[in-house]
Design a protein around this ligand. Structure first.
Ligand code: PLP
Length: 480
């Protein structure tokens, strides 16, 4: 019993699986977007130990239908309007398949020259599409959380404290580092502070205005206060597309403040950045050409399967200084003339992620990508109009992109508990139908439903159907 699956079997089951996927996409509307299973549903059906004798592929594939499908929340479904959606497009899936077949490790140029050079080229293409300056250098990470952490590590490394050699802890007389971001910044910034030894106290949250954008006057006050109290400010994180409402921080003003104060400006544009590819939406990146670094996830709104986020920085050497370490066994003859991506990454091994980005960028072309993102923005604005024009609903935040924050009203009351209870139940009822999937956030203590339009297969028909389901479920709740 040695060796892999025979090529003939691979061909047979590969074709079978691709047919299964094509059927799945063709009939996607017949699948509930989210499941109705209870915790433990799968674990209770699976054996405690792995099989001793190998099983037939036919049996394994049949179990996908029997065991796995009932518990799937379908992110690749056109009625998925939760979180920030992620589309795995056809060419993206094919790129992923091929990358898995190669199974290359793109840590060094030598360990996969095509992987390294394709990453440089595709990240450069994406930079151009986004209208970012040519001097921005880029790298692919698995997610924006990791990109944010690397950017903050690079910023931290530029302070006068010799963190690289001496570390942060137990050093008398050293000031504590502080980073600034709005109250609406993504939790990955706090997690970065945890991972990088800044502590949660190392992140100072600045209040926002009525459109959920950072108050730059309060930011300036906070920096001045902190300097007086002996903190060492080192970084500001601005957001283009906050997670709750897609609000866009005033990046040009943040850039000015950072320049005056000598701070690193990092922009988290994980979801919202994709809008910048649309010429009439380019303004979302106003001021970003002044940033030291910026994160954008092609796996959110640019139709590339999960785990493709890009970090751009005009200071790659600072990033390298923060995380690079080269043991003898990873030295190569080309080190002086190539960039080895492992030098810009806390991890070592790296998949051939650029392949799926290359497939997507080439298959759709810039015009294809622009028209799809543009259509999502139109649909998001249309949904916002429907909310605004309905007496039983209210919009809870501006809609700069295609995410609509809204609540059902209870006529005759402003009681937050009553309103929150109704909206929580409404979300559960809508999700329970399997016809649309939404998630929530909290704004001004209110439970607010978020309706995100960013899936490639979502059409006006889908959002109209989702809106109908929301109204029907509200009617049923109110009448019950
Ligand atoms: N930043 C923002 C603004 C986000 O909305 C998210 C996730 O939704 C993240 C960062 C984290 O992204 P990832 O899951 O790629 O780490």
């Amino acid at each position: 019993m040695t060796g892999d699956m025979p090529a003939e079997d691979f061909r047979k089951y590969g074709h079978q699986l691709v047919d299964w996927i094509a059927d799945f996409f063709e009939n996607i509307d017949d699948h509930p977007v989210s499941p109705t299973v209870n915790p433990g549903f799968l674990k209770n059906q699976l054996p405690k130990s792995p099989p001793v004798d190998g099983e037939k592929m036919d049996t394994i594939l049949a179990d996908v239908d029997r065991l796995i499908m009932p518990g799937m929340t379908h992110w690749n479904h056109p009625s998925f309007h939760a979180y920030f959606n992620s589309t795995a497009s056809g060419p993206g899936i094919l790129g992923e398949l091929l990358a898995t077949a190669f199974n290359s490790n793109c840590m060094l140029w030598q360990s996969c020259p095509s992987g390294t050079e394709l990453e440089e080229v595709t990240v450069g293409w994406l930079r151009e599409l986004l209208g970012l300056p040519e001097e921005y250098w880029g790298i692919i990470y698995g997610g924006a959380s990791i990109g944010n952490m690397h950017a903050i590590a690079a910023a931290r490394g530029l302070t006068d404290i010799d963190i690289r050699e001496a570390g942060l802890g137990g050093r008398a007389g050293q000031p504590r580092l502080r980073l600034y971001a709005s109250r609406h910044v993504h939790s990955s910034i706090d997690k970065s502070a945890l991972a990088l030894g800044l502590g949660l106290a190392g992140v100072r949250k600045i209040p926002t205005d009525d459109a959920f954008r950072i108050r730059t006057d309060l930011l300036e006050q906070a920096i001045a206060e902190d300097r007086k109290d002996g903190w060492l400010p080192f970084c500001v994180v601005g957001v283009v597309g906050t997670t709750s409402t897609t609000s866009i921080d005033p990046i040009p003003r943040l850039a000015e403040i950072c320049k005056n104060e000598g701070l690193w400006l990092h922009v988290d544009a994980a979801h919202g950045g994709a809008a910048a590819i649309v010429p009439e939406m380019r303004h979302v990146f106003d001021g970003c050409d002044q940033a030291d670094s910026l994160v954008m996830n092609a796996h959110k709104w640019l139709f590339v399967p999960m785990e493709l986020s890009t970090l751009y920085t005009r200071k790659p050497e600072a990033l390298k200084n923060a995380v690079s370490l080269i043991p003898e066994y990873l030295r190569t003859a080309h080190d002086d003339v190539v960039r080895n991506y492992m030098d810009y990454n806390v991890g070592l091994g790296r998949r051939f992620q650029a392949l799926k980005l290359w497939f997507v960028l080439r298959y759709f072309g810039s015009e294809g990508l622009i028209s799809r993102v543009r259509e999502h923005i139109r649909l998001g604005q249309l949904f916002a109009e429907w909310v605004d024009n309905h007496p039983d609903f209210e919009r809870m935040a501006p809609t700069p992109l295609s995410t609509v924050c809204f609540c059902a009203k209870v006529h005759g009351t402003n009681d937050v508990e009553v309103l929150n209870d109704l909206n929580r139940r409404l979300m559960e009822a809508v999700n329970g139908t399997g016809k649309a999937f939404l998630t929530h956030t909290k704004l001004f203590n209110r439970i607010v439903l978020r309706f995100v339009v960013s899936h490639m297969r979502t059409t006006e028909d889908h959002i109209a159907r989702a809106w109908k389901v929301i109204q029907e479920q509200l009617k049923q709740l109110v009448e019950a």
